[in-house]
Design a protein around this ligand. Structure first.
Ligand code: BGC
Length: 755
């Protein structure tokens, strides 16, 4: 655990600039901004000669990077899709009396770096002393949520010294960028066209040709400036970069300002390069007429609406408050459901690991949150995203010689592009998680239109996959699934992972129920034969689910109980943890340590189907073996701990999930934020502390207040209603904010809510 920012309810702020690689990258990750359409790490506008990871990413703009593995295995995906580190459009270099500003070497004071989460504004200010000159800089930037193609920067420069200072600004769009994690150090952009005038310029670039036939993307970026600096000249240092230069002679005490507005358009929205170029110019013209305050005001208003709908307020514990706001802020910065073609990458726009692609994280962890805080349409879009990728899922199943559809572990277009065999081929529980999300959407919203149509198709094809992937063990007279990786990636190639088996069984059962309800026309299209249905029912009836009678626990997989089982508390914090950074991979695999919920992930999914004794026995056995080295782990364990009234554990795990990145719990936030795990704070508060469940068409709560807190409140969307839940020392209260009267269940009793 390592804290680099101060604790403030609405801000991620620090007054210390740490000029070393680890801290610099941590600061960049934690000050990332995004607006769903594009996003960026909090790297500096100006060049920084120390270690930095400049990263700007555009939603859905990716490149198929040829697979790189030591030893090729049949069935490996040919490429790993990667969101492309975009052309750098925020670049602005400053010269003070001819010497370049560089925070790696300059002498600075009064440093402040502040991410204002309420308004989504990043500011950085400091005073630099260079020779005789002393100059203060304030950088501001935001990515507009009111106009998603728009990025706005403003820099205020003040001469705070006693002598004159000549300030020069080189403001650029630079296409000479690369992905740090490119497999072959390739650059993914080629420049098609550039143009510039004195105070504006544009670059049109296109992702390089690739041998895999995936789409190429054209991106246009146009910058315009508003300033009281003088325009000095325009230059093009290389064919990949356009630069506008501005100068000002600042007398002592004088201030100047420069504003840079950039419009970013992509071929995802325009059919031809001509249409794209004219849209870019038209949008630039439109925003030119508005003042900074107008543009910022429109942006801040949208954020204010979002917060009104979804803020979780916590009184009495600022660390917890800051944590959950940071979670929701970064989650919404990545995805707010505006573009049904997009999804939620595990690192969002904050880093390159995981390639910005779609993982099972979306269905398992993000869907429950979006169902609770946004319109059902948002989740429906996420479900449609998978439906539209069925062709890719057929391809993946075929690669493994199997029927039906295998949704990918990692993808942009439905085709699997993860290239570690134990995940690509084996982590197939994802197929069940995608089916489960359909069930979740349907039970939360009461809307059956998806499950009876597109959903029925997805479920059928997933079921066909499961029916082919299981085998019948004559010896045991049971269906089994061998050679899998469960959610706990610290075990590979195991047999009968309980979680995978139960999800496969559940999917087949649910699909059979749905097939009974679809229209005759839909049934005809699905063409599930009676023999198929019989086989599916047989698998449901005879699926093997490892269970240990003495311990009364579900067994993670066949060999698990033969391990040397010692709790995590027997390990040394210093020598052993985190395991993935201290131990060799084989040692991890043979150990009993669990990366993230596996059996407990299943118990969370089906939380109301188990008895309190079963939940307790499994939690008490597995949680002490869990290292929570996946960011996705702590939240669901917090819910289960709360369900079992283990309040201290629930709170400890809440803090771990809500402040995972702010406190760098897993020592890997330098790579970027764990955006899909940013769902964790909400899951822990709402499902854990407030005990929210949806069953039998009804919303249930069983709230308690953590001892350290004075109060918490949140809003929950449920079937055209918005309900506000407030829990304080005197108890819980519920208010209907929007929609028709509704009866909810609180601690087992009906409560009528009217406006
Ligand atoms: C986890 C996976 C997850 C991936 C992306 C891994 O560390 O084990 O469950 O899908 O990260 O978040």
């Amino acid at each position: 655990m390592k804290r680099t920012f101060e604790v403030e309810p609405w801000n991620v702020v620090t007054h210390t600039f740490k000029n070393d690689s680890e801290n610099k990258r941590l600061q960049e990750s934690m000050t990332s901004l995004g607006n769903g359409y594009m996003g960026m790490r909090g790297f500096f506008e100006e060049d920084y000669s120390g270690d930095t990871l400049p990263g700007i990413y555009l939603g859905g703009v990716w490149f198929p990077d040829k697979t790189r593995v030591g030893w090729w295995k049949n069935g490996y995906p040919e490429y790993f899709g990667k969101v492309v580190n975009a052309v750098n459009f925020i670049k602005m270099n400053f010269m003070i009396n001819g010497a370049k500003l560089d925070l790696a070497t300059d002498q600075i004071s009064d440093f402040e770096l502040n991410l204002d989460m309420k308004q989504s504004l990043l500011t950085r200010s400091f005073v630099v002393t260079k020779g005789d000159a002393k100059v203060s800089f304030t950088f501001e930037r935001f990515l507009s949520v009111a106009q998603q193609e728009l990025s706005v920067q403003r820099v205020t420069v003040k001469n705070v010294g006693s002598t004159d200072a000549k300030i020069t600004v080189d403001s650029a769009i630079d296409a000479d960028v690369s992905n740090e994690d490119a497999n072959y150090d390739e650059r993914f952009w080629e420049v098609l066209n550039t143009s510039q005038s004195d105070d504006s310029g544009y670059v049109i670039s296109k992702t390089k040709e690739n041998p895999f036939g995936t789409p190429r993307f054209t991106v246009g970026m146009e910058m315009r400036h508003h300033t009281d600096f003088e325009t000095a000249k325009t230059s093009q240092p290389s064919e990949k970069e356009v630069v506008n230069e501005f100068t000002a002679d600042l007398k002592a005490g004088e201030t100047r300002q420069i504003e840079k507005r950039v419009i970013v358009v992509t071929s995802r929205d325009y059919d031809t390069d001509n249409e794209l170029t004219s849209a870019m110019t038209k949008l630039s013209d439109q925003v030119s007429g508005s003042s900074y305050d107008d543009l910022f005001g429109a942006h801040a208003k949208v954020w204010a609406d979002r917060w009104e709908k979804s803020d979780v307020q916590i009184d009495g514990d600022n660390e917890s408050q800051q944590g959950i706001r940071f979670n929701l802020f970064e989650l919404f910065s990545t995805y707010y459901g505006e573009d049904a073609r997009l999804n939620i990458g595990p690192k969002g726009f904050t880093g390159e690991k995981y390639g910005g692609a779609t993982y099972w994280d979306t269905e398992a962890f993000a869907v429950p949150v979006y169902l609770g805080i946004t319109d059902p349409e948002v989740t429906r879009n996420l479900l449609m995203y998978r439906y539209k990728q069925l062709d890719g899922a057929y391809h993946n199943a075929k690669q493994q010689g199997l029927d039906g559809a295998l949704f990918p572990m990692v993808t942009f277009d439905g085709i699997e592009c993860h290239n570690e065999w134990e995940i690509t081929f084996e982590e197939i529980h994802r197929n069940g998680d995608i089916a489960f999300a359909i069930f979740n959407y349907t039970r939360y919203t009461g809307d059956t239109s998806y499950v009876l149509n597109e959903g029925a198709k997805v479920l059928t094809e997933i079921s066909r996959f499961w029916a082919d992937r299981v085998h019948f063990s004559e010896r045991n007279q049971k269906y089994m699934i061998h050679g899998v990786t469960g959610p706990d990636e610290y075990e590979n190639n195991v047999d009968n992972n309980w979680y995978t088996n139960i999800l496969a069984q559940w999917t087949l059962k649910y699909t059979l129920e749905i097939l009974d309800q679809v229209s005759p026309k839909r049934a005809e299209d699905l063409a599930v034969s009676d023999d198929e249905k019989k086989k599916w029912q047989d698998i449901v009836d005879w699926m093997y689910l490892p269970y240990d009678k003495d311990l009364n626990i579900f067994v993670q997989h066949d060999g698990f109980l033969d391990k040397d089982i010692q709790p995590v508390s027997s390990l040394s914090e210093e020598k052993d943890l985190p395991l993935n950074q201290k131990w060799s991979w084989d040692k991890i695999l043979r150990s009993p340590y669990i990366k993230q919920g596996d059996v407990l992930q299943g118990i969370w999914d089906f939380i109301d189907d188990f008895t309190p004794e079963q939940k307790k026995a499994n939690f008490d056995f597995y949680e002490p073996l869990t290292v929570h080295e996946s960011s996705l782990s702590a939240s669901i364990h917090s819910v289960l701990a709360a369900d079992l009234h283990y309040e201290d554990k629930a709170v400890e795990l809440y803090e771990r999930t809500a402040r995972l990145d702010l406190d760098n719990y897993n020592n890997d936030t330098v790579d970027g934020l764990h955006v899909t795990a940013m769902t964790g704070g909400w899951i822990a508060v709402v499902q854990g502390f407030a005990g929210m469940r949806v069953n039998d068409d009804k919303l249930h709560f069983a709230p308690f207040l953590p001892k350290k807190w004075d109060r918490y409140s949140f809003r929950q969307v449920f079937r055209d209603r918005v309900i506000e839940v407030n829990v304080d020392k005197s108890g819980a209260s519920f208010k209907l904010i929007d929609g028709e009267p509704i009866t909810i269940d609180v601690d087992g009793k009906d409560v009528e809510l009217t406006k």
